[in-house]
Write a protein of this length. Sequence first.
Length: 307
Amino acid sequence: MKHLEATPWFICDENDENLCAYVDTDSNYFNAEPLLLHLYPDFEQKTNENKDKILEKVALYYQDLISDHYDNLARDCFNVIDHRLEMKTECVIRSAYFRATRRYAQWITKQEGIEKESLDVKGLEYKKSNFPKVFGNFFKQVVEDVLKGTQQSEIDTRILDFKKKILSDMPIGELGNPTGVKTLNKYIERKPVGGEAFTIIRKGAPAAVRATIKYNDLLKYWKLDNQYETIVQGSKVKWIYLKKNPYNIEALAYLDYNIPPKIGEFLDKFADKEKVFDTILLNKLEGFYDDLGWKLVTNPYVNQFFI
């Protein structure tokens, strides 16, 4: 078990092995593998179903042992006989990834004695509302594959294939960063005058706001603002990075339910899909790989040499 954060001195002495993987408000998660291997030397040869049953059996044993000890704790520390302290086994977890407090993924195979197969995920980046759904679904599958023991080489291949799909035929509407535009006017320095095409935007404007103002300007410049709605404060938009283009626009927002054909053609031609992949998904995958002690290589030719 790899610890992603340093173990506090009050949890475990420096030279002792810390088997506590994660602590929440009222829950403790422990790595039971060393104990299971000690009690059952042939543990690794058993089926996954039998492993789950043995783990639950051991957990229930220690549950009762600790609950009995609470009698001593209540008497010696709190000077009471009657108490409501008890330890209860919540679930059997076959594998888990604990990134930080309330940021984890766990593959639960038994919960309160009932067999089940579920991936419980809390707080990981791909769950956030501003994470494009197509990337979130892919990241979720990667996490699930890792927890279920899929080899790194197979996951590497899937990532490369997914990147190829992003760069080739993935619809623009699925690649934009979803967000809400709460403020626009406060970042407008000066609107276009005398044949100018674009608004002067104040420094410090968030990327989504800059992309939204550029969209409204482009709509008016192409005289499409009478046919299609402009984006207003409070709108839900998507925005995407652009490659070098004739208007030097770095990013453009859009309403994915009502994209003017000319805007759509512009996005198809100049959307920087590789930058989208790198900034939204790749850096998150690299962090996940680093936690696992893996190295992510998205260039399939990195190990090839030319003479």
